[in-house]
Design a protein around this ligand. Structure first.
Ligand code: 13P
Length: 245
């Protein structure tokens, strides 16, 4: 059981169309009657196509909307297919996920992620900064070295971190159903919090309504970044409810 203020972030990845937004009515309704609602921060990060309609849908509710990535340039640029932070803000986003391993895998470097974080915070967006080691790195026992590098380079020359939260997402845990051992997770979160003072650290990777009972007992976690399970409003509500049970 927790009594803490917690983040619950839904990362829809490449999921959802206009009709999917109907399911949010159920979440909005739930949050109105949920007794621990005031202890939660709920953020939905749909694909860019849904940021604006979703923002309209959740207006006057507890839910805020975030994007899943952005371009590093703050303003106009000749960059076909890209969206900059100002455009995301204009569409209704309040947050943006940056450094997700799926984007690191497709070539995003720490340097690029750093440029994106700077640009996003400058625009007034809040940042959900993802870090995490791969299975190979875990087996080599270099998790802390990797996280340390991702943090140092990703947050280079960023003094004000109040609009940044870190999401620790071990790559081997994403979409696999496998979560870290509680002691290891506690230790890793602790390590991140020592490295970056006064920052919220969330956990992401296969969070679901079953394993939340185990995850919620890990005292230093400030919330969850949920992928697959967040696409189903019942599962997402269940995760929120069980965290406070
Ligand atoms: P899953 O919850 O589907 O493992 O995804 C986690 C994730 O990548 C969230 O950003």
């Amino acid at each position: 059981m927790t009594n803490k203020y917690m983040y619950f972030i839904a990362n829809w990845k490449m999921f959802g169309g206009l009709s999917t937004l109907n399911s949010l009515s159920k979440v909005i309704k739930f949050l109105k009657i949920f007794k621990n609602s005031n202890k939660t921060k709920i953020i939905y990060c749909p694909p860019s196509t849904l940021i604006n309609p979703m923002s309209k849908k959740v207006m006057n509710s507890k839910i805020q909307v975030g994007a899943q990535n952005c371009h590093e340039s703050l303003t106009y640029g000749a960059s076909t297919g890209s969206i900059n932070p100002m455009m995301l803000k204009n569409a209704g986003a309040k947050y943006v996920i940056l450094g997700h391993s799926e984007n690191r895998e497709s070539g995003e470097t720490d340097k690029l992620i750093n440029a994106k974080i700077k640009s996003a915070t400058k625009s007034g967006l809040k940042v959900i900064f993802c870090i995490g080691e791969t299975l190979v790195q875990k087996r080599k026992k270099i998790t802390k070295k990797i996280l340390s590098k991702q943090i140092t380079l990703g947050l280079q020359k960023i003094n004000k971190k109040k609009n940044i939260v870190i999401a620790y997402e071990p790559v081997w845990s994403i979409g696999t159903g496998i979560i870290p051992k509680p002691d290891d997770l506690f230790d890793t979160i602790n390590f991140i919090k020592k490295k970056v003072r006064n920052i919220k650290v969330l956990y992401g990777g296969s969070v679901n309504p079953k394993n939340i009972n185990e995850l919620k007992l890990i005292k230093n976690i400030d919330g969850f970044l949920v992928g697959g399970a967040s696409q189903d409003h019942k599962k997402f509500i269940d995760i929120i409810k069980k965290t406070y049970n």
